[in-house]
Write a protein of this length. Sequence first.
Lengths: 102, 288
Amino acid sequence: MRLALILLVAAVALTGVAPARAATQSDFETAYRAAAEAERQAGVLRNQWTPTETALKAAEKAAATKDYDAAVDLARRAQALAEASIDQAKDQDKLWQNAVLK
Amino acid sequence: MRMAIAAIGRRAAACLVLLLALVLPPASAEQRSDPAADQRAFQAYFRKAFPSVGLNDFANGPYAVDKDMRKQWEEIMQFPPYDFALDDGKKLFETPFKNGKTYADCFPQKGIGIRQNYPYFDRQTGEVVTLDLAINRCREKNGETPLAYQVGDMAAIDAYMASTSRGKPFAIEIPDDPRALAAYEEGKKFFYARRGQLNFSCASCHVQAAGKRLRGDILAPALGILASFPIYRSDWGSMGTVDRRFISCNEQVRSVAFKPEDALYRDLEYFLSYMSNGVAIAGPGTRP
């Protein structure tokens, strides 16, 4: 039994499963900066999405209440959405022609 | 012997390249815009898709393609909900500015019966000018503050001016000016390019799904879609301009909308209006 417990602890240690560290303000700022930059680029392409804006605002709101775990999650979500909108704009820059009535 | 064969091969290859260059158009020519051809294809598509709808009836959007909705519309039109705006618009249009001048002083034909010519391409400024933009420029030129673009007095003045053009077919011109063609192309691209998290283009609804249901709505065909503007929309409970419609469409597909009269919206209006050349103005109109 004792051996099994030791092995379990060792396995957990080896696989890197450890209690998650709470996000800090600095983590939020890093995540938010990346998201805001992606959204800025989407703006240059004139293709921003409303859910990105919503996620960015929600991230700010969570950070204001010092809920940095939620703030980081929301900022990362905003970044993913902004990157998807950038991809859409780049794809559609050529693909739109396929839809033209001929 | 081998050298001779190789030389013949090289010559044949050179001839083939020359022949292809003569026969095939350059890549850029493929993308060169031909608005007249676009318009023919655009109108032919809708005439084929809705063979029983007359050209002018396309101005009535969903009411032209759905019998039940048409019945409801005919009843609504016994007391058109835009009538109040129309009265207000006439009053506003005729009321002099502080300097004594009126809107009539800013427009050709004193502003009467000209809606079908808007938007137009202004060669001096190199931009597309919509009727609403011209209304606000008129105000500013006469020392008045510009109106909000989407609702209220702007929609009312727009409604009155449109009413004086009823029955006159859209007659949008694209002058022989590369800037005009570029604006047309931008509008065309905006119409066909997908945007927003829902990945919809204007064409997704108003070409590919025209006449079909989207939840409770029947989607209007893109042909003639702007001929009834401004509109009283029951969903809004008030009048709205083309800008209001573009902005709400963009928001519905979860795209961040642009400001009213953004160059892209003006280009889109230019493209769509040109596609509808020949459809008679029927504004102001109503929509569900």
